[in-house]
Write a protein that binds this ligand. Structure first.
Ligand code: SF4
Ligand code: SF4
Length: 458
């Protein structure tokens, strides 16, 4: 088993004795942007000194900037079925909860997608509970087809990332054939005893089957996979080491590790009490985790959801987060219900601003919000993508694509205030680019967008 619990306990125990000098030398090493060893990561997890924490945060922001530039990718989740045969102790959709179970019809899915497109979204994360009878793979494949097919004036979904339960190679092949972006699956916790107690008597309760899901996905050809942990279930230090070992296992066996890592924190949900959980993180611990992941796996995207407050999201954007959701609903049919003033969610969210509001703040904070979906449509996935990221050249495609998709948003979904901000951003960002041909390409494409063309990318 590649998550060796004793190995992790030993690493953490030894790192516990790390001196400030040892911590400092790991921080210095991280500046080279080459990733860190297990021992280094375990040492960074011990940081307590405010001055070293500050340095860690600053460094994480610089590392993210040096690889991806200041773009932040924006997406939304789409929940289409809350049927679930599992009983995860932390989840509002667990089978013991007497909630209204439903799944959306093809027409209802298209109605939700139109509402998402009206908000300007181009990237979705498709979410379902696990239920082989009520929500079989055929239903998922049909939903993906319905989403790609749905347009609303200039609106279209260009990339669907999919978050479904661990399954078979055959089912993953079906997802591959359906042209998905990233296959996302959270391990929830790498700590086996905690995994087994929080997933009692259920399909999902098989730790090893869940842990090896990405091996089967890779075998099926899905080379873009996104991992994650639900922070708050087990000791966060153990979880970060688990993520690293999992990533390394995939790199060693398939040549490519996680495309993204999600960092959800346990939140209050229907039928659960946060007091039942003894590993709830403080905000400072959470910030430390995000920054350490950024230094440990510099090329992996870090995704933050609307579970976090707008203040926390704003801060973490400076410590290495590279993707955020915006305008999210976490209930089945939630976008229609929100329009009607109702919402039944899987968990509670903290940041309920519209994408337009989120984008304005990002631009004000000198980020470039991006709806870019270029890499997967250009075939830059798996190790092809990682090679480009590791060459230090990915920002040469991220920045132009971010600016073009931002202008597209401003033209189709923005108000005058956003449009003016975006104009200024385009000029100041293009002026920072050294290559003349790239500058010309961006200016040229921005003009083409203003003339009515859409979906320009490199
Ligand atoms: Fe079902 Fe997923 Fe919730 Fe577990 S976390 S109860 S599998 S929807
Ligand atoms: Fe992501 Fe590639 Fe677009 Fe950059 S160019 S934002 S890595 S899809």
């Amino acid at each position: 088993m590649f998550i060796n619990h004793d190995y992790i306990y030993n690493l953490l125990e030894n790192a516990n004795k790390a001196t400030n000098d040892e911590i400092q030398s790991v921080l210095n090493k991280a500046k080279a942007v080459k990733g860190l060893s297990h021992k280094d990561i375990a040492i960074l997890l011990q940081i307590k000194e405010p001055s070293q924490l500050k340095e860690l945060f600053k460094l994480a922001g610089q590392v993210k900037d040096s690889i991806y530039g200041n773009r932040v990718v924006v997406f939304a989740p789409l929940y289409i079925s809350n049927y679930c045969v599992n009983n995860c102790t932390y989840c509002g959709y667990k089978r013991d909860n007497h909630i209204n179970r439903r799944k959306l019809s093809r027409e209802e899915i298209q109605e939700e997608v139109k509402l998402l497109e009206k908000m300007g979204h181009k990237r979705l994360a498709l979410e379902v509970g696990e239920d082989p009878v009520n929500c079989p793979i055929e239903y998922i494949i049909d939903a993906i087809d319905a989403i790609y097919e749905t347009t609303n004036q200039n609106g279209e979904i260009r990339r669907i990332n999919v978050n479904i339960a661990a399954t078979t190679v055959d089912n993953y092949k079906k997802l591959y054939d359906a042209n998905i972006g990233t296959y996302i699956l959270f391990q929830e916790t790498y700590h086996q005893p905690t995994y087994e107690s929080t997933h009692p008597k259920s399909l999902k309760g098989n730790y090893e089957y869940h842990l090896t899901a990405f091996d089967r996905a890779m075998e099926a050809g899905l080379d873009d996979v996104g991992g994650g942990v639900l922070f708050g279930l087990a000791d966060y230090k153990f979880e970060v080491m688990g993520l690293m070992l999992h990533n390394e296992h995939l790199e060693n066996n398939f040549g490519v590790g996680f495309h993204t890592i999600s960092v959800p924190r346990l939140k209050k949900a229907e039928g659960m009490d946060l007091n039942m959980f003894s590993n709830i993180l403080s905000d400072d611990e959470f910030k430390k985790i995000v920054a350490i992941i950024r230094l440990a796996v510099p090329y992996t995207g870090i995704i933050l959801s609307t579970r976090e407050s707008k203040e926390m999201r704003k801060e973490l954007m400076n410590y290495g987060v590279s993707q955020i959701s915006a305008g999210s609903c976490t209930g089945v049919g939630g976008y229609r219900e929100k329009e009607d003033g109702k919402d039944a969610a899987q968990f509670s969210i903290e940041d309920d601003r519209s994408p337009l509001e989120v984008l304005k703040e990002l631009v004000d904070d000198n980020f470039i919000p991006s709806y870019c979906t270029a890499c997967y449509r250009k075939g830059r996935t798996g190790d092809t993508f990682m090679k480009l990221a590791k060459s230090g050249q990915i920002h040469n495609v991220c920045t132009p694509n971010a600016l073009m998709t931002l202008m597209e948003f401003a033209l189709d979904y923005g108000d005058k205030d956003l449009y003016d901000k975006v104009q200024k951003t385009v000029i100041s960002e293009v002026n920072k680019i050294e290559k003349n041909n790239l500058k010309n390409l961006i200016f040229n494409n921005i003009e083409r967008l203003k003339q009515g063309e859409r979906d320009l990318y490199i």
